[in-house]
Design a protein around this ligand. Structure first.
Ligand code: ADP
Ligand code: MG
Length: 489
């Protein structure tokens, strides 16, 4: 389906391309041994190289190179056996070298793609133009003092990958789906933690509009968007702004814009700089980066099963619905938790579905409520599997299971133990259920008469009363059947 935007003058099509800066997971920086730990005091992790003291020389961090190769393989790209570092020259107070070491002419990865699924179920392939490595700059801090600015060089020299897409996305939703999928893959690969709040992933967003079928329009680039929500807002704002300008007979200027997350508005920052403004040239301090095929093959062996493959396997092997499979496979930790839980009990497909429901539903809700990730869950995968088993074998009803899960979270006890201690076992004894229903009907004989004269809504009332009497322990299905039988005589 096409996401054309209809206005009084006809249809428009949006075009979006992203340049995603992803900080490489690595203990030390791209050309120095300084630590990359987040949250330390300002300027604590700064080596002479990061501060650009005269006489220092950069040395490439080979682990960071491995991480970039791994990313390229995970994103279906070509790993270039020869790449090179260039200097991108510009002045900024938080850039002590006066240039950034980047890869402009010969990046380490060319091509690649990420598949996204649209809301309507259509799968679209978003092309990756290239991925290059570069250093991060430091940070200027302007909001600590009314008269001074501060510089923190902790991030100076940290290794980044810039992942540049083709202009292949056609809406804010597609751009958001791309960024989500990319983040999920990078996390599986363990090459970037994808933590946008901490700045370890941020995107420059290029947006243009055109009449369907015509050539690409002039784009505006919105800098440093640091959440998926902001990405959506910024793209939609740009689409609207550009269409309004064009419809008023004006032209779009190619420019760099800033997104204000408090207002959802983008504003001009500067007119777009060109490559020649940066005076790119090969960094004379660094030799070309030459890779052996054997190194690439060794890294290829370390690529884990990625989210799409995993979701497909979940559908195939456990017969999980598409939605459940994708959600569980979206994070490695969730998928591992789920599969460990399955393995801890004798799981068939019915069990797999029950477990999926409980993980996606109630466990996610609990994690959310307590602000925890699945790795920090107070309910173990084994206990979660056991809970699903108790539900499947009708030992407890779904309603009781909700309470049991809460207690599991609080006490970290196993569900069987909780059920036993609190006497929560489901009542599946026909006689017991029948006698408690008979009691309810006898107590409410007036309502029984009303029911029989046509007020069928009262069925639920009787069920409710019987549940109350059995403290929620009566098997709901049996309760229904027996009540029907009793009321029909
Ligand atoms: P530069 O390096 O000057 O920023 P590129 O041509 O490399 O420019 O493109 C940068 C990003 O802009 C890429 O993600 C690309 O897909 C995107 N892009 C290029 N042209 C357009 C366009 N007309 N509309 C939207 N995005 C575009
Ligand atoms: Mg750019």
């Amino acid at each position: 389906m096409k996401d054309y935007i209809k206005t009084e003058t006809g249809e428009w099509e949006a075009v979006v391309g992203l340049e995603v800066h992803a900080q490489i997971i690595s203990n030390s920086k791209l050309f120095s041994g300084a630590s990359t730990k987040f949250g330390v005091s300002p300027n604590e992790s700064v080596s002479f190289i990061d501060a650009a003291l005269p006489g220092t020389l950069p040395v490439i961090n080979s682990f960071c190179v491995d991480q970039a190769i791994k990313t390229g393989l995970g994103l279906n790209g070509n790993i270039n056996l020869a790449s090179r570092f260039d200097r991108k020259n510009y002045f900024y107070a938080d850039l002590p070298q006066g240039y950034q070491i980047s890869q402009f002419y010969h990046p380490i990865i060319s091509g690649g793609y990420v598949e996204i699924e649209r809301e309507d179920g259509e799968v679209r392939r978003i092309g990756i133009d290239h991925i290059h490595m570069e250093q991060d700059a430091g940070k200027s801090i302007h909001d600590q003092s009314p008269t001074k600015s501060f510089i923190d060089l902790n991030r100076s020299g940290a290794a980044l990958m810039e992942i540049v897409t083709k202009p292949d996305m056609r809406s804010a939703d597609e751009a958001a789906a791309f960024l989500r999928k990319l983040r999920s893959i990078l996390r599986y690969l363990k090459t970037c933690d994808g933590n946008m709040e901490e700045g370890s992933m941020r995107a420059d967003v290029n947006v243009s509009v055109r009449r369907p079928g015509t050539k690409l329009g002039t784009r505006a680039e919105v800098k440093n968007v640091n959440s998926i929500k902001f990405l959506t807002t910024a793209v939609n704002f740009e689409i609207k702004r550009q269409i309004e300008l064009l419809e008023a007979g004006k032209e779009i200027e190619q420019e760099t814009r800033l997104f204000d997350s408090s207002t959802g508005v983008t504003k001009t920052m500067r007119s777009k700089e060109d490559a020649q403004d940066y005076r790119y040239f090969p960094d004379p301090d660094l030799p070309p980066l030459l890779l052996k095929q054997s190194r690439i093959e060794a890294i290829r062996k370390t690529i884990p099963e990625l989210p799409d493959a995993k979701a497909a396997r979940f559908q195939r092997d456990y017969d999980l619905p598409h939605y459940d499979a994708n959600l569980i496979a979206s994070e490695q930790e969730i998928a591992d938790f789920y599969e460990e839980a399955l393995k801890s009990v004798e799981a068939d497909n019915e069990m797999a579905k029950i477990l999926a429901n409980w993980v996606i539903g109630d466990l996610f809700a609990l994690l959310n409520k307590h602000g925890k990730t699945i790795s920090e869950s107070r309910v173990s995968s084994k206990n979660m599997g056991e809970l699903a088993m108790l539900i499947k074998t009708d030992v407890i009803s779904g309603k009781i299971a909700k309470d049991v899960l809460e207690i599991m979270w609080e006490t970290q006890k196993s569900p069987s133990k909780i059920v036993e201690e609190k006497g929560l076992k489901q009542i599946t004894d026909v006689n017991a259920i029948e006698s408690s229903l008979k009691e309810v009907l006898a107590k409410h004989s007036d309502k029984v008469a009303e029911y029989k004269s046509g007020k069928e809504k009262l069925f639920g009332f009787f069920i409710g009363q019987a549940m109350k009497q059995t403290q929620g322990k009566a098997n709901p299905q049996m309760l229904n059947e027996i009540l029907k039988k009793l009321l029909s005589v």
